[in-house]
Write a protein that binds this ligand. Structure first.
Ligand SMILES: Nc1ncnc2c1ncn2[C@@H]1O[C@H](COP(=O)(O)OP(=O)(O)OP(=O)(O)O)[C@@H](O)[C@H]1O
Length: 736
């Protein structure tokens, strides 16, 4: 039995230790709050300013940031950047955002962090860490490091969080930007660490976080170009999103925001509207930035006849602007003559172009000093000459300097220039990469080279030659070669070769299996200044809705692309009017979301592309061979704010049985204004359409000649206030 002295002693001790813990807790809390405040300031400084092109061009993010169009998965839902962090993390749940080069992934990451740091959004989060892969690469491969130590490399002020409850009790967000740039070996079957102080390689720390084994309650956001996005197995991803760039309205907002002179902004916008490929390309923000720089320069000089209308022309002008700035800065010369500018910088451009191609072949976006030397560029040249204008130099972790072109598209442009120059010099060794064993004669060489480059780009699932190809085709045009005189000595008259190349692409385009390739081929044709396909697509879109149009499967993808990026809306959307095959209809499903844009469209007679119809009320998906995935796309369109769709026909699509759950989520949405839903699972004919078979239970119903109501009776529709109204070959559900 304890004595009274003992129990008094114990109770005093308890009281004191509780007081001590309390004091410690308060002190710890105060210390952590201070650290978090200073971390927020640090993050504001890191993300508040953007450097576009050069370090000197520092500008506040809010001055240029324009809203982006972000969707869930492959065009299935629209997401606001801030919603990314609303998700509650279940085991292994991360957000993975993909988007092509220059589409605005890093910008959206910075915007989200800035809004958080300024107290405007996501205030349930205590601390956000930005860990760009580009900078993580600078940590030596063989270095064993703990997560805490890794964070200290980026945020040294966090030293004092060690031995506190910071990692366990605070809501943390880790943003890993640019997975595609990672030189880490990301292997998800490899080792794991579970503790913030356990040392391991950086890739193991990353995979452990993604798998939810390390800091399971933290939120993880990873961004990547599409090609590298599948490095993360989908089972670890809770939410896929895609940055799709600017819609038409957002493009205009961008130029009006960035160009303060309103009259100049209007001139630039109206010029872009008149050029098809420029207008479409401007959904990519980096391209808007290059366009704004080039057109401002041209308009200041009043050289309107010089205004570029294709991607290649734009990049040639951009190169000229870079030369001019370099001359002004380092040589204090005001050289305006294009030919003289190019010829005086020829040596350097050629070396950079070689570097660009060598690294593109290896799929590298970052290079070290040794890579520069291998192309004859030495450091002194780099620090006093042209490279500083084209390269960014990074030495964040003070271990190694890395270089990269100000944007991948600039690298792709220079790489294409290199290949074209090799063709002019008949440097067959350099061209072997494309030509392999073929040995065409001189007359046929350019056509064979272009054809092989087209094939190479088509074969690459990762699409890393797509833009390069567009530049190579562009530079092959005589009109563009004229702009490059000074670098080139003469131009080539090659109409025949260009026509053959256009035919070759069109022929491939007819059989494209993948929507991305169809779209790239469409752009290639535009880059060669052939507008026939574009005109045809616009004709389909403008023609009367009740008329069948026989659009090929590939062109269905192009049509949806043009439609979505234009912000146009359809009144009565019937995919079968465009293409009567299941495969074609499926490619058209994403067009349902055009309804969303009814809100944004203002009627303007002169707008480009021309306005088509006013709003989408009726979507006819009867007998389109819809899959479960298509249902999800339709369902999420129904959840979009102010979706005006009032009638939806999904009858005769037996495979949507599997998508019924997804669909009901759309129908339950407070934004869904649907009044009539036509359903029933009777497919086209007994065969059920190409390459499909009718499920046994449906076959039985078909024989009896009546639809299978049981499938739809099970729908959780009744609970959402829907009831079957008409019984016939298709059920009609009416919102009660
Ligand atoms: N929302 C935006 N508002 C204004 N400008 C933008 C926006 N998003 C991107 N930009 C412009 O495009 C450029 C490239 O954007 P960003 O670096 O975010 O692209 P990214 O998708 O991360 O590309 P990459 O995959 O090549 O790293 C920016 O430097 C900026 O000029």
């Amino acid at each position: 039995m304890p004595t009274s002295y003992d129990s008094q002693h114990i109770s005093d001790f308890r009281q004191k230790s509780q007081q001590f813990l309390c004091v410690r807790f308060v002190l710890e809390h105060d210390v952590l709050q201070k650290i978090l405040e200073s971390h927020k300031d640090d993050m504001k400084a890191k993300t508040g300013h953007v450097f576009e092109g050069k370090k000197e061009n520092k500008i506040h993010l809010s001055k240029v940031y324009t809203e982006l169009f972000i969707t869930e998965g492959d065009i299935t839902d629209v997401y606001d950047e801030h919603e990314v962090l609303k998700m509650d993390r279940k085991e292994g749940n991360i957000v993975l955002t993909k988007g092509i080069a220059g589409i605005g992934k890093t910008f959206s990451v910075h915007k989200l962090i800035l809004d958080w740091a300024e107290g405007k959004a996501n205030q349930h989060v205590d601390c956000v860490f930005l860990l760009p892969f580009r900078e993580m690469n600078l940590i030596k491969d063989d270095k064993e490091i703990s997560l805490h130590e890794l964070l200290l490399e980026f945020y040294p002020d966090l030293k004092e969080v060690e031995n506190t409850k910071f990692y366990e009790e605070y809501k943390l967000v880790f943003i890993f930007d640019g997975l595609d740039e990672s030189r880490l070996e990301v292997d998800f079957d490899w080792k794991l660490v579970k503790c913030v102080n356990a040392r391991s390689s950086v890739d193991v720390l990353f995979t452990s976080l993604v798998r939810g084994k390390l800091l399971p309650s933290a939120l993880i956001w990873v961004t990547s170009r599409p090609a590298a996005a599948n490095l993360i197995p989908s089972e670890y991803v809770g939410l896929f999103t895609e940055v799709r760039g600017f819609t038409d309205q957002q493009k205009e907002d961008y130029f009006r925001k960035r160009i303060i002179d309103e009259a100049q902004a209007s001139r630039i916008i109206s010029h872009i509207r008149t050029s098809r490929s420029l207008y479409i390309m401007c959904h990519i923000p980096i391209f808007c930035w290059i366009t704004a720089s080039v057109l401002q320069d041209i308009l200041v000089k009043n050289d309107e006849q010089d205004i570029p209308s294709t991607l290649t022309e734009m990049y040639i002008h951009f190169l000229l602007i870079q030369m001019k700035m370099k001359n002004q800065k380092y040589e204090k010369k005001q050289e305006r003559d294009r030919t003289k500018l190019l010829s005086s910088n020829k040596g350097m451009i050629l070396k950079l172009a070689k570097l660009a191609f060598e690294q593109l072949k290896e799929e590298n976006v970052m290079f070290y000093e040794t890579d520069l030397k291998a192309c004859g560029i030495d450091e002194s040249e780099e620090s006093t000459g042209l490279c500083t204008e084209i390269f960014k130099e990074d030495s964040v972790l003070h271990e190694r300097k890395v270089y990269y072109f100000i944007h991948l598209s600039v690298q792709e442009f220079l790489a294409a220039l290199h290949v074209f120059l090799c063709y002019l010099k008949l440097d067959m060794d350099e061209l072997k990469f494309f030509l392999e064993n073929s040995r065409p004669n001189k007359k046929e060489l350019l056509y064979v080279l272009l054809r092989k480059a087209i094939d190479k780009a088509k074969e690459s699932d990762r699409g890393h030659f797509d833009l390069f190809l567009r530049f190579l085709l562009g530079i092959s045009l005589q009109s563009n070669q004229k702009l490059l005189i000074g670098l080139l000595n003469e131009t080539l008259e090659n109409k025949n070769c260009i026509n053959k190349t256009i035919q070759y692409i069109k022929q491939l385009q007819n059989n494209d299996k993948c929507p991305d390739k169809s779209i790239n081929h469409f752009f290639c044709i535009l880059e060669l200044q052939d507008r026939t396909l574009y005109k045809q697509i616009m004709k389909y879109l403008k023609s009367e809705s009740g008329q069948p149009k026989a659009v090929s499967n590939s062109n269905c993808s192009v049509l949806v692309y043009v439609l979505l990026m234009s912000g146009e809306v359809l009144d009565d959307f019937d995919p079968k009017m465009f293409n009567n095959t299941y495969a074609g209809c499926r490619r058209l499903v994403p067009a349902v979301r055009c309804c969303r844009k009814a809100l944004y469209v203002e009627s303007n007679e002169n707008s480009f592309p021309p306005k088509i119809l006013t709003s989408c009320h009726l979507a006819r998906f009867s007998d389109c061979g819809l899959t479960e995935q298509c249902c999800e796309t339709v369902a999420s369109a129904l959840q979009l704010e102010d979706c005006p769709m009032s009638e939806l026909d999904l009858s005769h699509n037996y495979s949507i049985e599997a998508g019924v759950k997804a669909l009901s989520a759309g129908l339950k949405s407070p934004h869904c204004h649907l009044e009539t839903l036509r359903s029933a699972s009777v497919p086209r004919g007994a065969s059920g359409g190409p390459g499909t078979s009718v499920p046994p239970h449906l076959r039985c119903h078909l024989r009896r000649g009546c639809p299978d109501f049981s499938l739809w009776e099970d729908l959780p529709l009744r609970s959402t206030g829907w009831g079957v109204d008409v019984c016939g070959l298709s059920n009609t559900w009416i919102k009660s």
